[in-house]
Design a protein around this ligand. Structure first.
Ligand code: SF4
Length: 474
């Protein structure tokens, strides 16, 4: 700890009635780190709603003396701008951090962002002026760091309910992503200024979960870390339902983990895992062994958030995914085959696969390719909500700088642009093609009218026909 004891209020947002595939264990860990360091930290859950959060937050500011005296407020993943203004009025010297997020659109200069890493956030709070890079451990929960997550929540606002937020509990694996393909060497990014920063240069160009931190961990350390979290979690919640195993290459160690689950008598868990498409197809994975081990401990494996992202190759290349459309199709069929062969073990029932239908560069041809394959592959089994599938841009992302190069960033949000949509406000952009813009507007209208998967694809088909009939803008 530094010399000074800090008073820190941490906030997570809860959207009532919405299933959230993210838990908030990282925020709980950060609060625990602060307490272990001798600081005062309380965690609040704020009900997100069209009007409630600002009112509730202002009431908290007015009523709770801690709010006016705290040294820092940490928001998790998102922060509505009205809250920042309200906080500034009441406690002008309070520092404000946004944790696990990119920098929001038009964020004030005094808002500090920490995209990833509990130590990075802790260090930033304790040593605000230190510019030294923070070496993160390979594991989110390594054996040599305190593990004392703060679970209790102070509810703020009627819609937030009480106690813990109902997100999917997370078991945290490696902090960094082992996928490190260079963006700078990608021909699509020729001439884009990435500033030589490692953070910008490696991995998928639209992903915030890339860090400069290492991702090397031994099998023993990794499984030990997951089991430690699991034992702790099951003491608190003996029937936790689905658990999200947060690791960007979980198949590296899944077999040994399943053996340990069997050996230690953990039964009946459902683990949501999201390997990369190329890891799913890797010959190195022993699927027969995984199936056997999972079955023997009654564990189900839910491949819920696999990042297919798109079925058009130019779009995949701009996202620097390092995968092909053929691999996406093969992986999808492979997952179906797994489930057909062992329905007691494999599922993808959460249907939350990574998919981005619209980017600033999307052409009608990209949309037609996607439409054809989404239908042919019955993609709704893997992802329900397609119309919201728009790229979000933050300055920490290489793809943001690609849009800047191409003059596609906007200074203000166009009509109907839902900033952030549950995430921190993203930077508005325009489509390079006016015809794609028209297609997007049609799909969005259908989604806003409550359309379902089939409806938005029908709307897309209609929009594509109309767009094809339009003369291109001069
Ligand atoms: S999208 Fe997945 S594979 Fe790509 S950089 Fe992010 S975590 Fe890694």
């Amino acid at each position: 700890m530094t010399g000074r004891r800090l008073k820190v209020a941490l906030f997570e947002a809860a959207a009532p009635g919405r299933g959230d595939v993210f838990g908030s264990e990282r925020l709980s860990l950060l609060a625990g780190d602060l307490r272990a360091g001798g600081h005062r930290a309380s965690v609040h859950v704020l009900g997100l709603g069209p009007t409630t959060e600002a009112v509730s937050f202002s009431r908290w500011l007015a009523a709770d003396p801690f709010a006016r005296r705290c040294d820092a407020v940490v928001f998790y993943r998102t922060v509505p701008p009205e809250l920042l203004e309200a906080l500034r009025r009441v406690n002008p010297s309070c520092r404000v951090l946004l944790f696990e997020s990119g920098r929001p659109f038009k964020a004030p200069a005094w808002l500090e962002t920490v995209p990833s890493g509990r130590l990075a956030a802790l260090r930033r709070l304790e040593r605000p002026r230190s510019a030294a890079p923070i070496p993160e451990p390979a594991l989110y929960v390594p054996a040599d760091l305190p593990f004392s997550p703060v679970l209790e929540r102070v509810s703020i606002g009627r819609s937030s309910g009480s106690g813990r937020r109902a997100g999917v509990p997370e078991l945290l694996g490696r902090l960094g992503c082992p996928y490190r393909k260079s963006v700078g060497l990608n021909p699509a990014f020729r001439g884009v200024k990435l500033g030589g920063r490692v953070f910008l240069d490696r991995g998928c160009s639209m992903c915030l979960f890339r860090t400069a931190g290492g991702s090397r961990a031994s099998e023993a350390d990794w499984t030990g870390s997951i089991l430690r979290q699991l034992r702790w979690l099951l003491r608190l919640r003996p029937a936790p339902g689905r658990l999200r195993l947060c690791d960007h290459a979980p198949l590296d160690f899944l077999g040994p983990l399943l053996s340990r689950l069997r050996a230690e008598g953990f039964r009946g868990l459902t683990l949501a895992v999201d390997p990369r498409v190329d890891q799913l197809l890797s010959r190195r994975v022993d699927w027969a062994g995984l199936t056997r081990e999972a079955r023997s401990s009654g564990t189900r494996l839910d491949f819920t958030c696999v990042g297919f992202e798109n079925f058009s190759q130019p779009e995949l290349d701009r996202l620097n995914k390092g995968t092909t459309v053929a691999q996406n199709i093969a992986a999808l069929r492979f997952l179906r085959g797994l489930r057909a062969a062992a329905p007691d073990v494999f599922t993808h029932e959460s249907a939350a696969a990574g998919f981005i239908l619209f980017t600033p560069w999307t052409t009608l041809r990209d949309l037609e390719t996607n439409l054809r394959l989404l239908r042919a592959l019955d993609f709704h089994e893997f992802r329900r909500d397609l119309a919201a599938a728009r790229l979000r841009l933050y300055p920490e992302l290489p793809v943001y700088h690609l849009a800047a190069r191409d003059g596609l960033l906007l200074d203000s949000a166009p009509e109907g642009w839902a900033l952030g949509s549950g995430y921190a406000a993203d930077h508005p952009w325009r489509f390079a093609s006016g015809r794609t813009e028209a297609a997007y507007a049609a799909v969005r209208r259908t989604a806003e009218a409550g359309g379902r998967f089939g409806d938005d694809l029908a709307a897309l088909e209609l929009a594509l026909r109309q767009a094809r009939a339009r003369r291109p803008a001069a």
